[in-house]
Design a protein around this ligand. Structure first.
Ligand code: UGA
Length: 470
């Protein structure tokens, strides 16, 4: 009996079996969520340890809510893991490629070796009609090139089709963003691929999620354009912070006033230490690099400035701390609160917080780092820094405290209680996350980038989502 309904063309699999190649941040989340949505899913990775951990119910990174979803998915019997590409090729009607595209060593370009390898490994083995779907963030033109590569190495030739489905999930909100994305983008080169993708996302589409169907290059561009826009918005307000520093204006008040204009909005307008992580920094660099290759470098030349503004905030934070402790960091005890690139994550890739801690250390400060979740990853990246197991241990006897990642634990601590632990009540709020009035009233010397010394606390206007700046 056919598994297709009368309205579904016979060559479309109505309830496709899925593989997810690459079980890092994106892949693990995607595999787990697709199983939650009712699909049979096989997660594939070349790293046996990751596969063993996931199969045993352990998520190998910190992401709120994901371990619970993994447990439900495993218990449903719909989610399995393997290191075998043979098994994957045999199993899947659709194959999602979710491997990393890090910044290439010594270059701004994206390193595509994992993507190429994943498509090649699959294409060589697949012997029945199936759809290969790239989810990794790639330079424009990659999908077209991979289409040729797949046709060359596949026993099916150009019968084995490729589509692109960029991912917009944010760390810390990965489950929510995957199960209920604000939009879906399908980059396709045939009506068949379009229809097959619809079946693969049926539960999400049925929720009324907006769907934009494009050609392959547009789908690749959507992703890098979105991340470039977000990075630009952050750097815009941080550029304004630089102007505020030169004029005595207050960037927090400025951002609040701007955020009430619904055309501008308050999200991603939070000034401070700027953006980091495994996506925004490397994506804007790879985009600028690719645009130069395409002869349109000038069109996105501003992204270099976006990057520079962002890096300057880290340097300025160090300057502020140096100034606060009397002009010389040598031998000064600095408590660095936060290491992750943002709260609710243990990711320290290109983390502004860790970069500041490193620069303070290079100037001779005695830096003690504490992050609720990222200490281990931070220690691996910078073993020379000292790490504390608690916030109390980190701040005890500090000459100055630097709030570098706005974890709830740091934001809600009582200013006076914190003050009893330190040697000097001096704090640099690198994320504009603290109640400036409460700190000032408790006798702290409170400083934040782009704000005059006696700054007032204000809240930015938000738009539809509650996570205003996330
Ligand atoms: C980002 C995008 O937001 C996702 O849509 C995208 O899918 C993802 O990259 C990706 O390409 O995979 P993520 O890296 O998780 O997500 O982090 P964001 O929430 O975008 O934050 C990035 C950085 O900007 C953080 O360091 C954060 O502290 C900083 N930020 C954010 C600000 O400095 N100010 C703000 O107002 C907002």
């Amino acid at each position: 009996m056919s598994t297709t309904s009368p309205v579904t063309p016979p060559d479309i699999v109505e309830h496709p079996k899925m593989t997810v190649i690459g079980t890092g941040y994106l892949g693990a989340t995607h595999a787990i969520c697709m199983a939650i949505l009712g699909f049979d899913v096989l997660g594939v990775d070349v790293d046996q340890r990751k596969i063993d951990a996931l199969a045993a119910g352990d998520v190998p990174f910190f992401e709120p809510g994901l371990p619970e979803q993994l447990r439900i998915a495993l218990d449903s019997g719909r989610l399995h893991f393997t290191t075998s590409f043979d098994e994957a090729a045999e199993f899947g009607d659709v194959h999602f490629v979710c491997v990393g595209t890090p910044q290439a060593p010594g270059s701004d370009a994206a390193d595509l070796r994992y993507v190429e390898s994943a498509f090649t490994e699959l294409a060589q083995r697949i012997t029945r009609k199936a759809l290969l779907i790239g989810k990794s963030t790639v330079p424009i033109g990659t999908a077209a090139r991979l289409t040729e590569l797949v046709a060359q190495v596949s026993p099916l030739g150009d019968e084995l089709e490729l589509a692109w489905n960029p991912e917009f999930l944010r760390e810390g909100f990965a489950v929510e963003d995957t199960l209920h994305p604000d939009r879906l983008v399908f980059g396709v080169s045939s009506p068949w691929a379009h229809r097959q993708l619809i079946q693969a996302f049926r539960p999400i589409i049925d929720e009324g999620t907006p769907l934009v169907v494009t050609d392959l290059p547009t789908s690749e561009l959507v992703k890098v354009a979105a991340n470039s826009f977000l990075a630009t918005k952050i750097s815009f307000i941080n550029a304004m912070a630089e102007v505020c520093e030169a004029t005595g204006a207050d960037v927090n008040l400025l951002a609040t006033a701007l955020s009430h204009d619904s055309r501008i909005g308050g999200r991603f307008l939070k000034p401070g230490l700027g953006f980091g992580g495994g996506c925004l920094p490397k994506d804007i660099r790879a985009f600028a690099y690719r645009a130069e290759q395409l002869g349109v470098g000038q069109a996105v030349a501003f992204l270099h400035e976006v990057d520079d503004i962002n890096i300057r905030r880290r340097v300025k934070t160090v300057e502020l701390i140096r100034e606060m402790v009397g002009g010389d960091l040598q031998g000064k005890r600095i408590a660095a609160l936060g290491a992750a690139f943002k709260p609710n994550s243990d990711d320290v890739r290109d983390a502004p917080a860790l970069d500041v801690a490193r620069m303070l250390y290079m100037e001779g400060a005695i830096v003690t780092v504490y992050d609720p979740e990222a200490n281990e990853n931070a220690h691996r990246a910078y073993p020379d820094l000292t790490y504390a197991d608690t916030m109390v241990a980190a701040v005890t006897d500090a000459d100055a405290v630097a709030l570098l990642t706005e974890w709830q634990e740091f934001v809600t601590v009582d200013a006076d209680e914190l003050g009893r632990l330190v040697r000097h009540r001096r704090i640099v709020d690198g994320r504009h996350a603290l109640d400036a009035d409460a700190y000032t009233s408790a006798g702290w010397d409170y400083r934040a980038l782009g704000r005059p010394v006696a700054a007032k606390t204000v809240a930015l206007a938000s738009d539809s989502r509650d996570d205003v700046f996330a």
